[in-house]
Design a binder for this molecule. Structure first.
Ligand SMILES: [Fe+2]
Length: 382
């Protein structure tokens, strides 16, 4: 048997669990917490609530929120400067994937020095990071449990994947109540990101029985709950199931890595600053078609948990239904769109594909992909 490793943070899950944030930071030895968030989450009131709990526990705080969707290296540098000036000794994120990834990137530079591109790829971080507590406000990125941070290199206009066990936060607090303030569009896009994490990690070359169980659980929960979560943002059952789905997908992809969809979306997001979940929606079905014949048993399992009727079908027919199930879901939540709608043109495909070949996520795609393969998938996804 091959040797595999499996890492997760301590996970605190449940409605109202935000009130654990002060105690969590204290248990990690923090005295002053650097809270990374964004303007939308601050407006929703979650940062005030988190800071109240931190103060009740006796901690001082400093807030940093000068960041955007698809966070950039220069935003991380600003955050680092503020962190170093502030005298903080722990990093907390309250937000979606962007604040969480920025928080992790600040943590890297705070104790390891240099520039972010020095750490691009797998296991380049050598020194321990400050204590980290992550509180997601979206159900999608999974960054609160993952060993990933994805930051745009503003010079090269692409997303860098930085992957290291030391990026797994110490504590993840997943409170489904926090999801109700995001709108339907964001719920749809982030939900598709989680779906993509579940599917890509399930068929990944680095998948193990420990990651498979979380990946399939995520795909099933998303298939059953995302439509309702998009329809009614106050449905606490749908939000709780989506929070669990995102968490499960995050645990799965953190340990099994991802695949060609993410290797490709990272390039589009870096170029156009487009929402990562929507880019995934355009590309995922085409990458699934590309991978179908390589791991049909796995795609059959995906079709089954997504509610497709596979009895009496041969393996290939059953596996293909996984793509149908994804396309139906994307159509139902309004995300069955081609990349051309977001501004991708044929002449951009060569550069996007060349950069995708260098993305660490491509290494674990179940079927080896050449430059021509990636270009062909991009053209189908236009
Ligand atoms: Fe993603």
């Amino acid at each position: 048997m091959n040797i595999s490793k499996f890492v997760t943070p301590e996970i605190i899950f449940g409605c109202g669990s935000l009130n654990q944030i002060g105690d969590s930071a204290l248990r990690l030895g923090a005295a002053k917490a650097f809270v990374v968030s964004d303007d939308e989450v601050i407006k929703a009131g979650w940062v005030d609530a988190a800071i109240d709990y931190l103060k009740q526990a006796g901690l001082e705080t400093e807030i940093f929120s000068d960041l955007t969707t698809n966070p950039k290296d220069n935003e991380v540098n600003k955050g680092l400067e503020k962190y170093l000036e502030s005298g903080c000794d722990a990093i907390i994120a309250v937000g979606g994937g962007s604040p969480t990834d920025v928080a992790k990137a600040i943590a890297i530079l705070a104790t390891n020095g240099g520039k972010l591109s020095d750490y691009e790829g797998i296991n380049k971080i050598t020194r321990p990071l400050p204590p980290m507590v992550m509180v997601p406000t979206t159900a999608g990125a999974g960054s609160e449990v993952s060993q990933f941070t994805i930051i745009v290199d503003s010079q090269r206009k692409l997303k860098m994947s930085i992957i290291s066990k030391s990026l797994v936060p110490d504590i993840a607090i997943v409170d489904p109540e926090l999801l109700k303030t995001k709108d339907s569009e964001l719920a749809a896009a982030t939900g598709v990101d989680a779906l993509t994490h579940g599917i890509e990690s399930f068929v990944s070359l680095a998948a193990t029985p420990l990651t498979d169980i979380h990946a399939l659980n995520a795909v099933q929960l998303i298939s059953k709950n995302l439509r309702q979560a998009v329809e009614d943002r106050n449905d606490i059952e749908a939000n709780t199931n989506m929070a669990m789905a995102s968490l499960s997908a995050g645990i799965a992809f953190s340990n099994a890595i991802l695949g060609a969809t993410h290797a490709m979306t990272h390039q589009v997001d870096g170029l156009l600053d487009h929402h990562h979940g929507e880019t995934n929606a355009s590309i995922l079905p085409h990458v699934m078609e590309f991978n179908l014949d390589t791991v049909p048993v796995k795609f059959k399992a995906i079709a089954k948990v997504m509610g497709q009727h596979i009895d009496g079908l041969n393996l290939s027919e059953a596996a293909t239904l996984s793509v149908d199930a994804v396309n139906e879901l994307l159509s139902d939540i309004g995300l069955a769109k081609g990349l051309a709608e977001f501004g991708i043109k044929d002449e951009m495909i060569r550069t996007l594909s060349t950069n995708a070949l260098n993305d660490a996520c491509l290494i674990t795609n179940p079927r080896e992909a050449t430059l021509q393969d990636i270009e062909a998938i991009f053209r189908k996804a236009l």
